[in-house]
Design a protein around this ligand. Structure first.
Ligand SMILES: [Zn+2]
Length: 119
């Protein structure tokens, strides 16, 4: 496994996500300004609803991006301490196939499934 290449890949992905968050933040503050300019509110119910939906989608995207960044940070930490490729929970090897599909996975497929089921 090429650690340096992997690190680069993780940093690039992290940067991309960070950029995405910055853009979403800008959009979110814009849509906040828009809606505060609308008056009276009741004449713009449909518009306001659409803006609200947009904001919700943006917020979800932002949440996902932040969660992905946290995962990347965890993977980078694991690369540093040498536990990369091993499951956070059971310590078993995560497996090359899963890692190439999800380079910042911190759980093996079994623990991941268990975690998803318990949510
Ligand atoms: Zn596991």
């Amino acid at each position: 496994m090429d650690r340096e290449a992997l690190k680069r890949q993780l940093f690039e992905e992290r940067e991309r996500l960070q950029h995405e968050i910055t853009e979403l933040d800008a959009e979110l503050s814009e849509s906040l300004e828009d809606s505060s300019e609308e008056s009276p509110y009741d004449q713009h119910m449909a518009e306001t609803a659409a803006v609200t939906l947009d904001r919700e989608i943006d917020l979800t995207l932002e949440e996902n991006a932040r969660a992905a960044i946290a995962q990347i940070d965890r993977a980078l930490q694991k690369l540093e301490d040498g536990s990369y490729g091993h499951c956070d929970k059971c310590g078993k090897e995560i497996g090359g196939e899963r890692l190439s599909a999800a380079p910042f996975a911190s759980l093996c497929i079994d623990c991941k499934r268990l975690e998803e089921r318990s949510r």
